[in-house]
Design a protein around this ligand. Structure first.
Ligand code: ZN
Length: 273
């Protein structure tokens, strides 16, 4: 499942194709949305924002398309009307003179008035989005130690989109590793240094993953392992998907466990109890 950094990348591509251009034609696969086709045709796209795993395509006439890709949604950007060969269901197509932005397989698409966006059920409860908003380490540290969150397990919190938007399964393992936090702990069990590191790692890992196409390990380590002939899966992360392989810091074998029905990877030495 794509996480915040992958969604922001997809939003960048959609924005590049559509921004500041007039919509010549738009079509929705859902009958309930067909009425918006006339409203949005002729409008100009002003930008594409993200809120965690949701995307907000903004128009200059006061409307916004909300879309959430869930597990299967996928955007494809093509030259205008040049549809790809795919078995996926086309759900939304936005065309301008040069490009077509095509959203396949997503089922969660809505058209909202701009003023309705903050009250949308997902947008209202979702936490800060590090890749679309200015979020400081101090703000995160406060959030991680707030009464609302600090008695819940890190493993549950980090996947809860109302905690921080856009963290998914690989970022969860990677943040806990860099913060040196054992997966059984809660913020209230963690030292101030661990909380500080978790706040810092949340920001740096999301930004790095966005900038380096999903690579979360230190870029120098990634380069070295790549030069040694390792595959992308072997050099991409600190711990995620690396069970039985040696930790990049201490050489202990990485372990895999289940946490909240999702797999989690950690180093028993760097993240000792
Ligand atoms: Zn280690």
């Amino acid at each position: 499942m794509p996480e915040g950094p992958e969604i922001r990348k997809a939003a960048d591509a959609v924005e590049k194709a559509l921004k500041d251009r007039e919509v010549l034609d738009i079509s929705f696969a859902f009958e309930t949305l067909e009425g918006y086709e006339d409203i949005l045709t002729g409008a100009t796209v002003t930008g594409v924002d993200t809120k965690g795993k949701a995307m907000l395509t903004r128009f200059d006439n006061g409307y916004t398309i909300y879309s959430h890709n869930q597990l299967y949604g996928k955007w494809m950007i093509r030259n205008a009307y040049n549809y790809p060969k795919t078995n996926r269901q086309l759900r939304l197509a936005i065309h301008n003179e040069k490009k077509s932005a095509l959203l396949y397989s997503a089922s969660d698409i809505e058209v909202l008035r701009d003023e309705e966006v903050p009250d949308h059920p997902f947008i209202r409860k979702v936490g800060p989005d590090i890749l679309s908003e200015t979020v400081t380490k101090e703000q995160l540290r406060e959030r991680y130690t707030s009464r609302r969150f600090f008695r819940r397990r890190w493993t549950t919190l980090l996947l809860d989109q109302s905690f921080v938007a856009g963290i998914g399964n690989y970022l969860r393992s990677e943040i806990l590793f860099l913060a040196g936090i054992h997966p059984s702990l809660r913020p209230t069990d963690s030292t101030p240094q661990q909380i500080e590191k978790a706040a810092e790692a949340t920001i740096t890992l999301m930004e790095q993953s966005y900038r380096y196409k999903g690579i979360t390990v230190d870029p120098d380590i990634a380069e070295r392992l790549k030069a040694e002939g390792k595959t992308r899966n072997q050099y991409r992360h600190w711990v995620f998907r690396r069970s039985f392989q040696p930790c990049h810091i201490c050489r202990t074998k990485i372990e895999k466990i289940e946490a909240g029905n999702r797999r989690l990877y950690y180093c028993p030495t760097c993240q000792a109890l």
